[in-house]
Design a binder for this molecule. Structure first.
Ligand SMILES: C[S@@+](CC[C@H](N)C(=O)[O-])C[C@H]1O[C@@H](n2cnc3c(N)ncnc32)[C@H](O)[C@@H]1O
Length: 241
């Protein structure tokens, strides 16, 4: 997979790309990442990328021409072009999985008051990472890149991905590691029992309890069997909010 980021601040991506799992994924050629400076595509001598909004109002709007020309420069028939913007539906793990199947993603990062609306005529997708306003799309682009790169087969173990939160619309069960006791708090005994069926059942129940507490909305989409439903009914009034 290739990911191209169009941004006014390519330097923001350097530490992110050269650290931890993303660094490993690029070194092992699972993904190649290029950051293109939109300012390099301006045509005026001051390299101006923004201007005041038609109709008046606060702030500055990113001009269409440099972004459109940058897109022309990097786009191929395989490209899927995404604009990061709060004016979109919210990003999910389902969307991350869908995007991880593309050969080439182009992520456009806005800044200031956003981009000239006509840029959207060249875009395949719009993504918001949540109901809040960031100063620019760079952090949102990193969120999207990170969630996609770890789904590329080989980047991390497939077993890790299968048991994660949002798989089957449930949040993940609690995890523990050595030592068995920390500040008087012991690891649940069942996890030390070596009894795999009981551990699996315990984790499923913990996963249901976490989801009931923090994201009850997900339970409507989760595939629940009769045993799960009975467990939920029994505990529904006991879960602390
Ligand atoms: C200050 S914001 C512009 C907000 C815009 N005036 C509005 O009210 O919708 C500047 C840029 O940050 C990015 N951005 C801000 N919040 C975002 C979010 N929740 N998800 C994705 N990108 C976001 C977008 O690229 C946007 O163009």
């Amino acid at each position: 997979m290739k990911i191209t980021v169009l941004t006014l601040f390519p330097e923001l991506f350097e530490p992110y790309i050269t650290t931890s799992i993303i660094k490993k994924a690029t070194l092992q050629s699972y993904v190649s990442i290029e950051c293109i400076n939109i300012r390099d595509f301006t045509l005026d001598k001051h390299q101006r990328v923004d201007d005041t909004p038609f109709g008046g109002g606060a702030g500055l709007v990113m001009k269409a021409q440099p972004i459109m020309d940058a897109l022309d420069h990097v786009r191929t028939p395989d490209s899927h072009v995404i604009y990061l913007t709060p004016v979109a539906s919210t990003y999910t793990q389902v969307k991350a999985k869908e995007l991880s199947t593309h050969q080439h993603l182009i992520l456009i990062c806005g800044h200031y008051e956003g981009v000239d609306e006509r840029v959207l005529s060249m875009v395949d997708d719009v993504i918001s990472i949540g109901d809040y306003i960031l100063t620019g799309g760079e952090v949102a682009a990193m969120v999207v890149m990170d969630s996609i790169i770890r789904l590329i087969p080989g980047v991390i173990s497939s077993e890790s991905i299968i048991s994660e939160s949002f798989e089957e619309h449930l949040l993940e069960y609690p995890q523990y590691t050595r030592p068995e006791e920390v500040r008087g708090m012991k690891v649940p005994a069942i996890l030390l029992s070596g009894h795999h069926a009981n551990i699996e059942q315990y984790r499923k129940e913990q996963s249901l309890l976490k989801t009931m507490k923090y994201r009850p909305d997900l339970l409507l989409k989760a595939k629940l069997n009769e045993k799960d439903r009975k467990f939920i009914q029994k505990h529904v009034n006991k879960v602390e909010k």
